[in-house]
Every structure is written in C-alpha cells, then in structure tokens.
Design a protein around this ligand. Structure first.
Ligand code: SF4
Length: 274
C-alpha cells in the first residue's frame, strides 16, 4: 500500500491523469524527473516576468525586462538542472533567445504597464471539492468588476478543442482562492507568450467541471494507493517520460512510434538507443 500524498497540485493531477504509473515513479518512488530544456525556458521567463510585474507600472517596459533577464541569467545558468543539459555555446545562445522571445512575447498579448497587479507567485493551500489542494498562481490582477487569475505559458497554445482542458488549472486556482478567502475570482486567463490569450469568465459550470475532475482524479488515486496498483497509460508522452527505460509498455510504445516516424525528436529515443 502506498501513502496518499498530503496535497495535490494541478501538475501532480495532470501527471496522474496522463499516466498513473508515471505519477507513482515520481511521487511515491521519488525517482528523478528533471525538467527538460523547454521547462527551463519557462522557469527563466516566469522569473523575469514575476520581477517585472513587481515593479511600478511605468517601469514595466521591454528595456527593463531585458535588464532583468540579464540579472536573472547568472542564477539560471548555475542551476544544476540547466548545467545537466550540457549545452554547447550555440545551443546555449538559442536557449537564451527562446527565453527572450517568450519574455518579450508578453507585449504581444498585453501592455504590462496597464495591468493592476494584486500579487505575483501567490501560494495557495485550500480544500477544494474535498481535495487538499496546493498551487502557485503566477499573477492575480485587479480587473473591472473583480479579480483575474493569470498564468503564463511558454509552451505551444492548445488547439481550440483543448482549451477547456487547459483552463482547468486556472479554474482550480480560482476555486482555491474562493475556498481560502471567500472571494470568487471573476476571470481566468492563460497567456501563451508571443501567441495567444485564452480566457473566460468564471462560472458555476466551469468551476464545477474543473473541481469535479480534480475530485475524480483524487478518488482514483486513493484507490490506486490502497491497492498499490498504478496503471500504465502508454501514449505519445512516453517519448518525453524520464521513466521509459524502466517501463516495458513505454519502451514498446516509443519503439512503435519511432518506426512509424511519429516522434522524431523525442528524448526517449536517445535514452533507449533507438
Ligand atoms: S513510459 Fe509511458 S507508460 Fe511508462 S510510465 Fe512513462 S508515460 Fe507511463
């Protein structure tokens, strides 16, 4: 029998929903799951935007963001996870460019000087639909008529049919804010840097859909922990799973997809030597 975790975050819930076995390896077995290059680009961009939005509105300019990126870079480049990427100088320059394009991409979506920021990197801890929920909101903004929950994304914006699924994370943050403070946020927003904003007004229906999903995952996780049985769910993400070398089903899935030319750049190829 595995211990049920003391809290459940949106990223843990997402990992569990995609593949319970991967969740077990990460959260029960505590096997390393180092962030890849794309995740580190996101961490760098998030940190710069957090500092930028902590400035007075008139100072939230592209030039100031460039200065902040220069100030933050030394700490990023010294991180163990970044050094583990072992990038050649050209690849490191590309990493910095990708990060800068994400940072500068904020201005394609909004002028941060006009945003009424209430807080950044706000930690949340509340019971949501019976689940001990934890999370960190990138930004909470005062907007006309209430409060907006805003999250930055440096990855690819989802297809239209995946937008509701993507918004569930910020809807859960909204539910946690309401559970903790009594104030219901009025709006949730995902800022896909340099690409698009996905947003919606908070409604009973949207909140219920997100919190029901969380409660359902939590209940399923409880059953898996009690039985110590965690299903494997092979799919395209096996190509990016750090546990593929110890997972027979994942290995078969990646091999099949490589043979059909569907995941040419997946890191699992190198890990499996195929
Ligand atoms: S390789 Fe695939 S099936 Fe195996 S644990 Fe990872 S995500 Fe799950």
């Amino acid at each position: 029998m595995a211990d049920l975790p003391r809290s459940f975050s949106p990223s843990a819930a997402s990992t569990y929903d995609k593949c319970p076995r991967r969740w077990k390896h990460r959260y029960v077995d505590k096997l390393p799951d180092p962030p890849g290059e794309a995740a580190l680009v996101g961490t760098f961009a998030h940190r710069v935007l957090e500092l930028l939005c902590g400035e007075e509105p008139s100072l939230r300019t592209v030039d100031r963001a460039r200065e902040l990126a220069g100030e933050v870079w030394p700490s990023v480049s010294k991180q163990k996870d970044f050094r583990a990427l072992d990038l050649e100088p050209e690849a490191e320059r590309e990493f910095r460019w990708r990060s800068w394009r994400a940072i500068e991409g904020l201005w394609a979506l909004e002028d941060p000087a006009t945003v009424n920021v209430r807080s950044t990197e706000q930690r949340l801890s509340a019971e949501v639909a019976g689940v001990p929920f934890r999370g960190i909101v990138d930004r909470m903004d005062n907007v006309e008529g209430g409060l907006a929950i805003t999250d930055y994304k440096s990855g690819k914006a989802p297809r239209p049919d995946r937008r509701r699924e993507a918004l569930s994370q910020v809807l859960l943050y909204a539910a946690a804010v309401e559970a903790d403070t009594g104030e219901r946020p009025t709006q949730v927003r995902l800022l896909y840097l340099a690409q698009a904003t996905i947003e919606e007004q908070v409604s009973d229906e949207g909140m219920a859909e997100a919190t029901d999903g969380l409660a359902s995952s939590w209940a399923s996780l409880g059953r898996d922990c009690a039985s110590d049985q965690f299903e494997v769910r092979p799919g395209p993400l096996c190509g990016w799973c750090p546990y593929v070398t110890i997972c027979d089903e994942g290995r078969s899935e990646v091999t099949r997809r490589v043979r059909s030319g569907r995941i040419p750049n997946a890191p699992a190829r190198a890990a499996l030597g195929i």
